[in-house]
Every structure is written in structure tokens, then in C-alpha cells.
Ligand binder design. Sequence first.
Ligand SMILES: Cc1cc2nc3c(=O)[nH]c(=O)nc-3n(C[C@H](O)[C@H](O)[C@H](O)COP(=O)(O)OP(=O)(O)OC[C@H]3O[C@@H](n4cnc5c(N)ncnc54)[C@H](O)[C@@H]3O)c2cc1C
Length: 467
Amino acid sequence: MSTVVAAGGKDLGTKVPLLIIGAGAAGLCAALTAKEAEVEVVVVERETTPSGSTALSAGLIPAAGTRFQRAKGIHDHPKLLAADIAHKANGEVDPAVVNAIAEDSATLVEWLADRHDFPFDVIDNFNYPGHSSLRMHGLPSRTGRELIDRLRTAAELNDIVILNRSVAELLLADAEGQVIGVEIARPDGKRERIGCDTLILACSGFGGNPDLVRRHIPEMAGAIYFGHRGNRGHAVIWGSELGAQLTHLGAYQGHGSVATPHNILISWAVIMQGGIQVNRDGRRFSDETRGYSEQAAEVLKQPDAIAWDVFDARIAAVARQFEDFRQAESAGAILTADSVENLAEAMHIPVATFVAAWKEAEKLKLASGQDRFGRKFLAEQLCGPPYHAVKVAGALFHTQGGLAVDPTGRVKRKNATGFPNLFAAGGAATGISGATAAGYLSGNGLLTATVLGHLAGQAAARQMTRA
Ligand SMILES: Cc1cc2nc3c(=O)[nH]c(=O)nc-3n(C[C@H](O)[C@H](O)[C@H](O)COP(=O)(O)OP(=O)(O)OC[C@H]3O[C@@H](n4cnc5c(N)ncnc54)[C@H](O)[C@@H]3O)c2cc1C
């Protein structure tokens, strides 16, 4: 059955100026922006309360040139952020989109802080792979739950209507690709049509649609999906029927460090501060510092599809700023021992092989050397007892392919012209991570959700107030 239905304005009951599908970070940033420009906006959300993948994330937004960075003496510039994004994505990005996002990143973070009272600060005690500056901005709990709760509160304070428990199932459009509205389904099975002048798709990617994952990202078909299950690929499905340009559908954000069987995210700080990963046989298998996203597939390739993160108490103290890590400790996921030999016993892995791998890494740190995988070790990251280990799996966090957009979030047709009144942001739009998992620079997810949401909200409002 087609999910895009030809319809005219006469088929609709209610009509609103701006309709947004999805109340994650992208949808709510777009809504707050449009409302500030005095455009009436309605957000349609499948869940009882906004959550999405945003709630599952660490809530960290990379931004370049903020006052939070300046206060800590951190030098940064949007051009550096844009260059880091393009470098990690192997140049497979639209530079105009990346530049627009990098340019607006500091404005977005400061706007949330100043206008909506978000208590951001910038993480300054470790850096993520691929970032040439300390620029991850987070809220006190370092959780996406706090980010989405604050966005929802801001939406409520600004009288933004969120229709919870409403699933947009059909997109209504005319023959020229002008969007007319959507048909939503309510929990009691009732269906209702809502018309709109402009539509922003903020309903994220297709991680919650196993058929689409199998088709576009076969290497992750067997992985745990750690993102929001309600993201079933509506944007991609509608876009394909409308004749939109869909790009990089095989790209995704993975993560090679999800505590198993507890299913709790273990921050990549444990690696970036000097920890290593070994497999069930006690052997290292990769340069872990390339990035956590591509590490998901590396972990999946190991015996039993698991690995162990191994680190020490100094590193655990850094990771403890993340609520997830503290939860993993409470859940008993983190093993502790006073020697690496005893740690290997507790992990039930071959002691001699593991101890050799550990000692080799420590020796390389002393010499500031490089291993056979290309990982560079740092002398200041030497480890000492007590030691810790946590068994982890590789997971799919969210998909990065989607609707190609211009720098304002306007969705492009296959011939690259823009749809007249259709925008996309966040996981619904093509990401800025190139064609593979390796192109994902930490923070690209919330960057495209919050900043592209902001840009799309601005563009939609501009278009509507002009009309
Ligand atoms: C565990 C985890 C950790 C992460 N950590 C980070 C991080 O620290 N930094 C970072 O940058 N990124 C991170 N990410 C990625 C980041 O969470 C996502 O890129 C981002 O949240 C996407 O925002 P969004 O608004 O596009 O989607 P979402 O937050 O998923 O919101 C989409 C919303 O649309 C709703 N929806 C979907 N379809 C429909 C429909 N048909 N009708 C009505 N509603 C619908 C969903 O219910 C959902 O609420 C992480 C992801 C995960 C899973």
C-alpha cells in the first residue's frame, strides 16, 4: 500500500501553518525556533511523552566557538569543526550543509542556554576521536533524557502543541509534490487528517525497521538496536514515494561499547583515556581510537560477537561523570581486580594471552609508540591497579542515511531542486557522516538534530511569514 496519498485541501479537517512529525531533539528545536518567529506549530509524536533516540543518547552536542569554550580557554572555530566532520566522513559530505551546521552550532547551544535556560558546559577532561578541539557540550547529568525533558518543558512554556500518542501514517501531497498534510492514527484506531502549509519531517531514521536495516545495512542486521524503536523509517519511505533524493542509506552510527547483557552504554572515554579492547581469547583486534561507530562492526566480528573494555581506576573516575557508567557499576557490569592476572580470571579469558596484550599496550605507552593496528599510545595514559573490565557488544544506534537536504533543511528532489514546503532534520535527513559507519564523528547525531532542526525551523518560518 502506498504511504503517500494524492489529496487536495478539501480532504482535510483541521489545518495548521507548520506541522512537525516527531518530538525528538530535531522536532522540538524546529518547533521552538518557528514559534519564536511567531509561527503556529503543531508537533505529532507517536509516544506518550517525547523521548526518541534523543532520550537514549548522552545528550552531547558539539559546537564550535561558544562562550563556554572561551570561558575555559578552549580555542575553536566553525571552520575547524567543519573540517573535522569532512575529514572523518572521508569528504563524502555536502560542504554547504556541513558549513551551515558548523556555523550555526555555537548559536544553537547559546540559544538553548540563554533563551531556554539549559545549563550547558563543555566537557574538558577527555576528547572524542576526530575532534581537534574540546567542544562537546552537555547538561549536568550528561544524559539525553535531561536534554529531551528540557526541550519538552521549553515547548510547554512556549505553548507549543504536541499531539502525543499520534502516529503519522500517510503523507498527503498533490501531483507536484506540494505537501498538503498527514493522516494520523490515534491509539483507539481513529484516523484523522491534519492539513498544513509546511511540513518538517523530524521522525528520524529507520533503525526501528528491521526490514529496512537488513536491506540497507546488512552488516548490522544481527546487532542489538539501541536506538528508539518507534523510528520506523517513515521519512525514507515517504521520500522515496515522493521522488526525493535519498543518500547514504548504508551509513549509520554504531557503538562498540554497550555493556552486555546489561545493555548499558559504556562511554568511549574508557578507551580514549588509555583503555583497550580485547576479545574472548584475550587478544586485541583493532585500533580502538579510530572511533566507536566503526568499532561496532569490529566487535560483532569477534568470537561470540563480544569484546572486553579494560581500563583502570583513573579512567573509571573520568567515565563516572556519565550516569550510564554509574548505572553500569550499580548493575554489577564492571569487574574490578587488583592485578591484570586476577582481572583475566574474573573475565574467564586466557590469562597469559591477555596479560601479554595488556603489557604490550603499557610498554607502547611508555615509549609513546604505535601498534600494528596504527593506534598511537600516550605516555600520560599509563594504567595502574586496581583494574576494571566490562563485557561489551556492538550495537546499531541510529541510521545516518536519509532525505538529501539543502543547508536550510529543505528536502531535495532527485533532480536536486527543492520541494516547495517540505523540510527534514535530524535522523530523517541525510547525515553528515558520509557513506559508512566509519564516517560518523562523535556528536554528528545531535548536531544534525538540534542545529538542522533550528535551521529548518528558521527557513520554514521565513517562508511562511513572507507568504
Ligand atoms: C544510545 C545512544 C547514544 C547516543 N549518544 C549521542 C550523543 O551523545 N551525541 C550525539 O550527537 N548523538 C548521540 N546519539 C544519536 C542521537 O541520539 C540521534 O542522532 C538524535 O537523537 C536524533 O534526533 P531526532 O530528533 O532526529 O530523532 P529522535 O530523537 O529519535 O526523535 C524522533 C521522534 O519521532 C517520533 N516518530 C517517529 N516516527 C513517527 C511517526 N510516523 N509519527 C509520529 N512520531 C514519529 C519518534 O517517536 C521520536 O520521538 C546517540 C544515540 C543513541 C541510540
